[in-house]
Design a protein. Structure first.
Lengths: 254, 203
């Protein structure tokens, strides 16, 4: 007889184990000065883009994609919103807050909250204005979204273009608009087709799971790098599991 | 306190939803329906945001495109009110304005992609760019040889086989690797949100 208790217990054990392993890694990393991370050019360019926007008195444009926060692709939007939080503080402190565009209404509210928190974190709550975050079009209208974002890129005083979240082929329209203004671009998405387009447009693209590790690369705190280390270990187990399973299947089918 | 309340709500809702999905209880339906209702409310807020942003741009920057957008919003809203249940005006506006514009934008994708590839070849002359260009040419060539009528059958079949090998070995393997990586990142991020290590709703 299937008991619903067993899956619940398994899930609770997984969550508690994650928390425990995370704490162990944080303690170890706090004592270790060597925080070796594989270099990802996209994150290095992100930091320079902020500085460039501040120096030129313009804004960095960040667009957060079209995945809703209650759908299956919500982690991409959550990762993008977290990245917004890490990028926005320096700009908010120096009177150059990012211009944020979103393609989904739930992401709008989360992005507004994140930007407001960024202003509060640098003791400038009066700097937040609702029109710093634009809702462009709903997720059912990707080309309307791309057209709206392209229009903003063409019309406003923007130095760099950052695209993080879920995008489809309409990414090409936005990237081309930024390319025509000679902007440096950083693109991170979870869609394989969009990833392929991103690599053609810019060398600073975040492939696959790199979108989800932004906090570790931008913050470099032991807590965030511990998350990255756990992810690396789980990836290793998955790789070994796939290899072992492939060998077993090969041997049994001989 | 300002940070604790959203934290508690987020963790409790997440755990309740997860346990509800695992056990099949009715509480998960209530939570998901609530989420759908909030998403609809968020859409209304998004439309208001769109109106406010472009009204602000019109007033402060005299942006003509914002004027067109606001006029379009009002016009479609008017059509929606006058149509009632029939949606004739809205359907006509969609078929005669939006669809052709979307088709035009979609048709630009191929040209932009070719332009991006040429720019990549000019600006980034590394081995990966060469591999990218070689792959593009190979795919186009095999597709053309497989589908053109005047090509002998032996060449056409050979081209189809080459294309299948590329698809099944390299493309499928690469796509699966990417998707496994994305799935891993998604799962780990979701775990971090559930245990409170990642807080997109807080500082």
């Amino acid at each position: 007889m299937d008991s619903p208790i067993i899956p619940v217990v398994v899930v609770v054990l997984i969550l508690l184990s994650y928390r425990l392993v995370h704490r162990i890694f944080v303690r170890r990393l706090a004592q270790d000065d060597r925080l070796n991370l594989r270099p990802l050019p996209g994150f290095d360019v992100l930091k320079t883009q902020i500085g460039r926007a501040i120096e030129s008195g313009s804004q960095m444009h960040i667009t957060l994609g079209q995945a809703s926060l209650h759908g299956p692709a919500s982690p991409a939007s959550i990762a993008a919103i977290n990245m917004l939080g890490h990028l926005a503080e320096e700009g908010c402190m120096n009177d150059a807050p990012p211009l944020v565009t979103v393609g989904e209404a739930t992401v709008l509210l989360a992005a507004q909250g994140k930007l407001r928190h960024s202003f509060e974190a640098v003791n400038r709550p009066e700097g937040y204005k609702p029109w710093l975050v634009h809702f462009v079009a709903h997720q059912t209208e990707p080309y309307a979204y791309a057209a709206g974002v392209s229009g903003i890129i063409h019309q406003d005083k923007i130095t760099g273009n950052v695209m993080m979240g879920q995008f489809g082929t309409e990414l090409m329209l936005i990237a081309e608009a930024a390319q025509r203004r000679d902007m440096s671009q950083v693109i991170g998405t979870d869609d394989p087709t969009a990833m392929a387009l991103a690599t053609a447009v810019t060398p600073n693209s975040l492939i696959g799971e790199e979108l989800f590790v932004a906090a570790a690369y931008l913050d470099k705190t032991p807590e965030q790098i511990a998350n990255l280390r756990i992810q690396d270990i789980v990836r290793l187990f998955i790789m070994l599991g796939i290899l072992v399973w492939a060998v077993i299947q090969f041997v049994t089918n001989l | 306190m300002k940070q604790i309340i959203p934290f508690v709500i987020a963790i409790a809702t997440g755990l309740l939803t997860l346990i509800g999905l695992l056990t099949g209880t009715a509480v998960v339906n209530i939570i998901l329906e609530g989420a759908a209702f909030l998403a609809a409310l968020a859409l209304l807020i998004g439309i208001i945001n769109l109106f406010i942003v472009h009204a602000h741009r019109l007033v402060t920057k005299r942006n003509i495109y914002s004027l067109f957008l606001l006029a379009s919003m009002v016009a479609v809203l008017f059509l929606g009110f006058t149509d009632g249940n029939q949606e004739i005006g809205l359907t006509e506006a969609f078929n005669w304005v939006q669809r052709p514009l979307e088709a035009a934008l979609a048709s630009l994708l191929a040209f932009f992609l070719v332009g991006a590839i040429l720019r990549m070849a000019r600006q980034r002359g590394d081995r990966w760019t060469s591999l990218f260009l070689f792959t593009v040419i190979l795919i186009l060539l095999t597709s053309a040889l497989a589908s053109l009528r005047f090509v002998p059958d032996s060449i056409s079949t050979g081209a189809t086989q080459v294309r299948q090998i590329i698809d099944s070995l390299f493309v499928t393997a690469g796509m699966r690797g990417l998707l496994i990586g994305v799935a891993l990142g998604t799962i780990m991020l979701s775990l971090r949100v559930l245990v409170g290590l990642e807080r997109p709703y807080n500082k």
